[in-house]
Design a protein around this ligand. Structure first.
Ligand code: AMP
Ligand code: MG
Length: 289
């Protein structure tokens, strides 16, 4: 039924291993237009096309660079998105007007089956309302997107962070959005790769290359203070800052220091994998409280 909705140009939200996606037929401009409308996403912010089979890549890109083969071998299916020059088959309505296209092959079995049976090319941004924290459960999607025809519930996602975006149209492969796959992991496969200057520069004249990174994103409704630094020192700073009744997101070891506050645990301070899985959910949990 979900595949029929896609084939008729409708939208279906579905689980991937990173976050839930809001899918439509990528080769059909009107479906992409519906995605932008449902998310409230600025139309210059392009969508990622999800594929399920390597053979499907040829149709949507001008050519497949050698680096793409290497990265696909290492990380697909999985949380890596690659930017390549698009072919004429891909409508500009899906790429936010750009001549490049973002592509990912997810590993979630529900996602793969939906893509295969739904036409092979599913444009899918994260299923949150634009600007909100990404959805990691079907319930999160329902809160943001109550009016779409169908949400496939695959339970809580396993990764919980966005895919890493690597731009392969530049001389040196460049990470445009940090995600689950680190720069070091990409460098280990390609030899050479760098971070987009716009991501790491404090100079506001240098803009990030991924259009989505210039907009406010992942923002909960409540005001948030971020404390960075070594775990123990950060916990002490939070102790000084947190007022009774505040919400605190912290590592498991420090939870019992905050008996005047409501606490959401991110997992042990050493376990980045669990922290990734929980961070968006923790922000949304406080919003709903
Ligand atoms: P989301 O769909 O929520 O995962 O966000 C997709 C991200 O990929 C946004 O930050 C987009 O701006 C970025 N993106 C998609 N396509 C391209 C492209 N062709 N060039 C640069 N960034 C892109
Ligand atoms: Mg997103």
């Amino acid at each position: 039924e979900a595949c029929r909705i896609l084939q008729k140009g409708g939208l279906v939200a579905f689980p991937t291993e990173t976050v839930y996606g809001l899918g439509g037929d990528a080769m059909y401009s009107e479906a992409s237009a519906k995605i932008y409308a449902a998310k409230g996403r600025p139309s210059d912010n392009p969508l990622i096309i999800h594929i399920a089979d390597m053979e499907h890549l040829d149709k949507i890109v001008e050519e497949v660079p050698e680096a793409a083969h290497k990265l696909a071998e290492a990380f697909w299916p999985g949380p890596l998105t690659m930017i390549m020059n698009k072919s004429d088959a891909v409508p500009h309505g899906t790429t936010g007007g750009l001549d490049t296209v973002a592509i990912r092959m997810p590993s979630d079995p529900i996602a793969l089956e939906l893509i295969r049976q739904g036409g092979g090319y599913v444009a899918a941004p994260s299923a949150n309302t634009s600007g909100r924290p990404s959805p990691t459960t079907a319930q999160h999607v329902y809160e943001d997107q109550g009016k779409i025809p169908m949400i496939l519930d695959g339970g809580a996602v396993t990764i919980g962070l966005e895919s890493t975006i690597v731009d392969l149209t530049e001389e040196i492969p460049t990470i445009l959005r940090p995600g689950y796959i680190s720069l070091e992991m990409v460098q280990a496969v390609l030899g050479e790769a760098k971070m987009d200057k716009g991501l790491i520069s404090s100079d506001s004249n240098i803009h990030p290359k991924a259009p989505g990174m210039k907009y406010r994103h992942y923002a909960p409704k409540a005001p948030v203070t971020v404390v960075t630094g070594p775990a123990e020192a950060s916990a002490r700073t939070i102790e000084q800052l947190a007022k009774p009744g505040d919400g605190v997101i912290c590592f498991d070891e420090f939870a019992d220091r905050f008996d005047q506050q409501t606490v959401e645990c991110l997992g042990p301070s050493r376990d980045k994998r669990i922290q990734a899985q929980r961070v968006f959910d923790a922000l949304r949990t406080f919003d709903s409280k």
